[in-house]
Design a protein around this ligand. Structure first.
Ligand SMILES: NC(=O)c1ccc[n+]([C@@H]2O[C@H](COP(=O)([O-])OP(=O)(O)OC[C@H]3O[C@@H](n4cnc5c(N)ncnc54)[C@H](OP(=O)(O)O)[C@@H]3O)[C@@H](O)[C@H]2O)c1
Length: 393
């Protein structure tokens, strides 16, 4: 039996992970769950999976959870914690062997770091962790001998394509992107798109932050940075292809010109299960992929002028050091301002670019310095939004 701790258990990744656990009860059990404020759903998860420790965003949510679990048998009731320290306790719980890092955004960084430090294997969905601190995370993982297994479907696909392949046989990594809801929207109309339109992803159902990032294609940019750390690839070795059907999850081009692709239905449980059972493959009850139903697989080069976030992410990766963390921090603040209707969709890359221009990247830094840089970049982005992008709605 493998014990898991799930960070972000009430989110899209967390819920899919628990469905995988439910389907493979004879293999997996839950040691800890960490969530934010959806106490109602967390209560249900606690009753079904009986973790030993749970954590929520703050004291108020912890009190509410305590109340909801009061009728549970005292011996089955978990320890209830909150805040970053609570999430860290979940990630480092002695029973947990693997941590599913499924918090959204920079929130995931510290608990994931502490999980690696405690020697836990990491099934990584929270790409922001590697975007912000790829050098620190991969170095710590190497020293601790833990596996960093990608859950992101593109990186999980590459991991699958790389089985039996050595790094020197690979020429390029090709990440596919659905293109998001605005693939066919004329560039001059992007300025006026609403958060509702941006949140209507054509192929995947995900949390808000990643859905908006998919609409700006910043998500693909973040994935380029994630891939560079996971697979030791330079920016020139990572390519993006728009693939609206989201059936080919990514590809690896070999030095002899052969291209390996991994295909599957658009369901994150496939990638999550592979990360949890790696290198084994187990049956699932998911519907099979029917290529004859899909019929058409299309691929295009991305329109870099229409989606400037891709260029910003490559630039941050080339500059390196603390710049990707600044890109990520500014993006998180800008995405949240767009969802709150404080800025336009097209202001997101503008905010990110300006915050990056104000930052002199440090090449040598520790986690503490990185967190300071992250806080400063968030403050700058927030001030910029308030003063330079006054409400447009
Ligand atoms: N969804 C996907 O299909 C997908 C695919 C590939 C990669 N990813 C990556 O996986 C990560 C998670 O994405 P998601 O779509 O699952 O996000 P999501 O649905 O928004 O879930 C976020 C999780 O974080 C929790 N959370 C939010 N604020 C918190 C706080 N202050 N303290 C503690 N917990 C907090 C939420 O709890 P409450 O809901 O209880 O507030 C929820 O459990 C992201 O990094 C994303 O890029 C996701």
């Amino acid at each position: 039996m493998k014990f898991l701790s799930i960070l972000g258990s009430t989110g899209s990744i967390g819920r899919s992970t628990l469905q995988v656990v439910e389907a493979l009860r004879e293999r997996f059990a839950v040691a800890g769950l960490s969530a934010g404020r959806n106490v109602e759903h967390l209560t249900d998860q606690v009753q079904r999976f009986r973790p030993e420790v749970v954590s929520v965003a703050d004291e108020k949510a912890a009190k509410e959870l305590e109340g909801r679990l009061a009728s549970m048998d005292r011996r089955a009731r978990p320890t209830i914690l909150h805040g970053t320290e609570g999430a860290v306790a979940v990630a480092t719980h002695p029973r947990a062997q693997t941590v599913i890092s499924g918090l959204s955004g920079g929130l995931g960084l510290v608990p994931t770091y502490r999980g690696i430090e405690a020697g836990k294997d990491i099934a990584l969905a929270n790409k922001e962790t590697l975007v912000m601190a790829g050098a620190i995370m991969t170095d710590l993982a190497r020293r601790k001998g833990v596996h960093l297994l990608p859950v992101d479907s593109e990186h999980n696909a590459i991991l699958q394509c790389l089985q039996g392949v050595s790094r020197d046989q690979v020429k390029r990594f090709i990440l596919t992107a659905s293109g998001g809801p605005f693939l066919k929207t004329p560039v001059e109309e992007l300025e006026n798109v609403s958060p509702e339109e941006a949140l209507a992803h054509p192929t995947w159902k995900m949390g808000k932050k990643i859905t908006i990032d998919s609409a700006t294609l910043m998500n693909k940019g973040l994935e380029v940075i994630e891939a560079s750390w996971l697979f030791g690839a330079s920016p020139d070795e990572i390519h993006i292809l728009i693939h609206p059907q989201s059936i080919v999850h990514s590809l690896v081009e070999m030095v002899d010109g052969s291209v390996m692709a991994q295909m599957g239905i658009t369901d994150m449980r496939l990638a999550i299960q592979y990360a949890l059972t790696y290198p084994e493959r187990l049956e699932t009850r998911l519907p099979p992929l029917s290529l004859s139903r899909v019929r058409q697989l299309e691929f295009y080069e991305p329109d870099l002028a229409k989606f400037p976030c891709i260029h910003l992410a490559y630039e941050a990766l080339r500059i390196g050091g603390t710049m990707p963390a600044v890109l990520n921090a500014a993006d998180e603040v800008a995405v949240s301002a767009f969802v709150d209707e404080k800025i336009r969709f097209t202001d997101i890359p503008r905010v990110v670019r300006r915050v990056m221009q104000n930052h002199q990247a440090l090449q040598l830094f520790d986690l503490e310095t990185l967190l300071e840089v992250d806080t400063r970049a968030r403050q700058q982005a927030a001030e910029m939004i308030q003063h330079q992008f006054a409400s447009v709605f």
